[in-house]
Write a protein that binds this ligand. Structure first.
Ligand SMILES: NC(=O)c1ccc[n+]([C@@H]2O[C@H](COP(=O)([O-])OP(=O)(O)OC[C@H]3O[C@@H](n4cnc5c(N)ncnc54)[C@H](O)[C@@H]3O)[C@@H](O)[C@H]2O)c1
Ligand SMILES: [Zn+2]
Ligand SMILES: [Zn+2]
Length: 383
């Protein structure tokens, strides 16, 4: 099969590799029709994780089931399915509590929890930017899609990660109707957090970034734009909130947060959030942070340490929640919003390309080039 293979620093190629296949009785084999490129892939593409050359990217996957293992009961050949990026078992203590991002059995590395397709430190699972994808525990992990799956796959594929993750940010930040919300990052995740906050009837959703095209996307859904290259984002938020700060804050950037000249500061968005969220407000951090960043420039963060203004955070009595999204907690309900016509998350999509276009797509999306807000790859054409 053809697949997008990581070759090393800022290099991917489209190669023939052995076909994915059923390996265990509980597996499902999917013919992938859409697989997105994610901002998380970029941390790996930019050589900032332990992602091994030779591995296949792709954790935002959708396609048609073409084969099932002997022990698969629910999912059928011919079903259209969207796969949560989390590979989870459904029977461990964490999965039982809905914490599928922290599955205790699917990541075989000692001391590690949680697994994902084509992802550093998240188990050996191959990604879906390929013609075929092996889905472990198919009955548990497959979200079976309704009859309009094929036509609306650019909406449904957003259920694999980016929309549930944006929604998760608003859940961790406890967004309630009427709240003011500040979101750092207008990448796909930040845009989806803004979309989720607006769907939850937040009263004012402020989105911060320095890419005008990404901010323009946020404007399309009625967010208030804050360009951090024009003036301090914290000052701008305080001005809009009578000096108090927003009720809730979402970090949707991660450890490669940078200033407007491109210098990285892993603590930048966290401290900006502490300063731009009100006393007693809640902060959600869904942007990715890693345990060690040897290739980074920040001396502290090389060993995973981030200098947070803890005194101010404590004085303000804020709370901060973090982590990977438990996609299965949200994907079924969000599916209903798409199916009933109440939501169209594909609005963030700027490019729909073929698998062969992956090297170019990684280059442009990786450079956050103008107009490249989100890319979907189509390994198998469906029409
Ligand atoms: N928790 C999860 O389950 C989960 C799931 C998916 C993605 N993620 C992570 O979420 C983060 C965002 O993903 P994405 O796909 O939107 O990535 P992205 O890189 O496309 O977007 C990040 C945006 O942040 C902006 N930015 C950089 N520095 C900033 C700063 N100091 N202030 C404000 N904005 C700044 C960039 O200009 C960019 O537009 C990544 O770290 C990704 O790994 C987490
Ligand atoms: Zn993703
Ligand atoms: Zn589990």
């Amino acid at each position: 099969m053809k697949a997008v293979v990581y070759e090393g620093l800022r290099q991917v190629s489209v190669k023939n590799i052995p076909d994915a296949r059923i390996e265990r009785h509980t597996d499902v084999l999917v013919r992938v029709t859409t697989s997105n490129i994610c901002g998380s892939d970029l941390h790996m593409y930019e050589g900032r994780t332990s992602f091994e050359p030779g591995r296949v990217f792709g954790h935002e996957n959708l396609g048609e089931v073409i084969e099932i293992g002997d022990a698969v009961d629910r999912v059928r050949v011919g079903d259209w399915v969207c796969l949560p990026f989390n590979v989870s078992c459904g029977f461990c203590a964490n999965c039982e509590r809905g914490l599928t991002a922290f599955c205790l059995t699917t990541n075989p590395a000692p001391g590690k929890v949680g697994a994902a397709y084509g992802y550093a430190d998240m188990g050996p699972y191959s990604g879906g930017q390929a013609e075929l994808l092996r889905v472990p525990y198919g009955d548990f992990n497959c979200l079976v899609l309704p009859e309009d799956a094929r036509e609306r796959q650019s909406d449904y594929v957003m259920l694999a990660d980016v929309w549930p993750t944006g929604w998760h940010a608003t859940e961790l930040a406890c967004v309630q109707p009427g709240d003011t919300v500040v979101i750092y990052g207008a990448g796909p995740v930040g845009l989806m957090a803004a979309y989720s906050a607006i769907l939850k009837h937040a009263s004012g959703v402020m989105v911060i970034d320095h890419h005008p095209d990404r901010l323009a996307k946020a404007e399309e859904i009625g967010a208030i734009l804050i360009d951090d290259s024009q003036a301090s984002p914290v000052e701008q938020v305080l001005e809009l909130t009578e000096g108090l700060g927003a009720d809730r804050g979402c970090e949707c950037v991660g450890f490669q947060a940078h200033d407007t000249v491109g210098m990285e500061h892993p603590n930048m968005t966290l401290n900006n959030l502490v300063r731009s969220v009100k006393a007693t407000g809640s902060i959600a951090v869904v942007g990715l942070f890693v345990a060690r960043d040897p290739a980074g420039e920040d001396e502290l963060y090389k060993r995973g340490t981030v200098a947070i203004d803890y005194g101010t955070f404590w004085y303000k009595g804020q709370t901060m929640s973090t982590g990977q999204c438990n996609v299965k907690n949200y994907n079924r309900q969000l599916l209903s919003l798409i199916h009933d016509g109440g939501a169209r998350p594909s609005w963030i999509l700027s490019h729909e390309l073929e698998l062969d276009d992956a090297p170019e797509a990684f280059m442009h999306f990786g450079a956050r080039d103008e107009g490249w807000t989100k890319v979907a790859l189509h390994p198998n054409k469906t029409s």
